[in-house]
Design a protein around this ligand. Structure first.
Ligand code: KG4
Ligand code: ZN
Length: 350
């Protein structure tokens, strides 16, 4: 029997995406449509996201099938992100997938969006499998975990307030940079000096130890407030235009520093020197470099290309294959869940 052919559908936020995947890594068709309706608002407007998904999902799936040269009836299973994410947006993908699974009489697989991000690197790198320490950094989540095998994850740390990507987006907005903020900050930072301003490293203290509650956890709201205060001061002094790139660089440096410090604590704690970077923020070059430098030559950084780091249907299909092979099936009464718990995730006992 040939390897299963999966359709992966992703509509949890502002990318409408579909992928046709044969087996573990033969990506036959992949279409990612980034919604531009949110740009004028400087952030994702949930109702507009849902409507845009609804308008484009048929053609996005059709284009992915067309690219793959497959008919919809060739598919062996349909995988879809059922959470977490924006509820109206998720429902579009889930409804589409349920209808297709019912009409074709194929298994329906519900995929957790953040578990899908864990599978992103595996699409391009056959070595990107557990054990690894994973830093998952997106617009809605910041998770530090240890994966001993696929489906078994130990949560070490998470954000107590804003997600890392959210901080990039909000700081970009303060600086008058476009949405999404991450790539805009990264570009601006290339023209600025990171040490021009000194910004705080939240939840990193000199007297902190591995038994402390916040040893692995993150917080980005204090950093965001520090940037807001700095921006206000510069604005009043009339120097913001001149200093913008320096602020972007200093913010990026502070965020990357905290992410790298906590990741290395997880490496030391687990003794595992394989670090997987997933989620939109893992497209950040400075972050990738910093983790690689701190890990050194006896460590491995497992990551996807930027296209597969950001939201996409391919990672959903890949995570769906794992769930299919495990025998996990969703029923046709599947619903979207905006705060779906991460499957197989257990908390670290302190
Ligand atoms: O995983 P993702 O595409 O969507 C969610 O699941 O949220 O992540 C989107 C987030 C946004 O906050 C975006 O600003 C951030 O990833 N991002 C970046 C970069 N590219 C995207 N952050 C920093 N540097 C980047 N190059
Ligand atoms: Zn994502």
């Amino acid at each position: 029997m040939s390897a299963p052919l999966l359709l992966g559908i992703e509509t949890s936020c502002d990318e409408t995406s579909a992928a046709v995947l044969r087996g573990e890594s033969e990506l036959l068709g992949h279409v990612i449509l980034s919604q531009d309706v949110h740009e004028v608002y400087g952030g994702v407007v949930p109702e507009l996201a849902a409507r845009a998904h609804l308008q484009r999902i048929d053609e996005v799936v059709a284009a992915a099938l067309d690219q793959a040269g497959t008919r919809i009836t060739d598919l062996d299973a349909i995988a879809v992100t059922s959470g977490p994410g924006l509820i109206g947006a998720l429902l579009v993908g889930v409804s589409w997938a349920k209808a297709a699974a019912f009409a074709l009489d194929r298994p329906l697989i519900a995929v957790h969006h953040m578990e899908a991000h864990l599978f992103g690197p595996a699409l391009e790198n056959p070595d990107a499998h557990p054990p690894f320490v994973a830093l998952l950094v997106s617009g809605g989540h910041t998770l530090l975990l240890h994966a001993s095998e696929w489906g078994r994850y130990q949560l070490l740390g998470e954000t107590r307030d804003d997600a890392a990507g959210e901080a990039f987006d909000k700081v970009a907005k303060m600086l008058g940079l476009p949405y999404p903020g991450g790539p805009a900050i990264e570009r601006a930072a290339l023209e600025g000096k990171a040490d021009h301003f000194n910004l705080p490293r939240p939840m990193v203290r000199g007297n902190q130890g591995p038994d402390d509650d916040d040893w692995f956890d993150f917080s980005f709201s204090g950093l965001k407030t520090a940037v807001a205060t700095l921006v206000r001061t510069l604005d009043r002094a009339g120097t913001l235009d001149r200093e913008r790139n320096h602020v972007a660089a200093a913010f990026q440096e502070a965020a990357v520093d905290v992410l790298a410090i906590k990741t290395m604590r997880a490496v030391d704690h687990t003794g595992c020197r394989r670090v997987l970077l997933g989620g939109g923020v893992s497209a950040n070059r400075r972050l990738r470099e910093e983790i690689a430098v701190r890990l050194g030559s006896d460590g491995d950084v497992l990551r996807a290309s930027p296209r597969l780091s950001l939201d996409n249907g391919a990672m959903v299909a890949r995570a769906g294959l794992f769930r299919l092979q495990r025998g996990d099936r969703a029923e046709l009464d599947l619903s979207a869940d905006a705060s779906l718990p991460f499957p197989g995730l257990i908390r670290r006992r302190r």
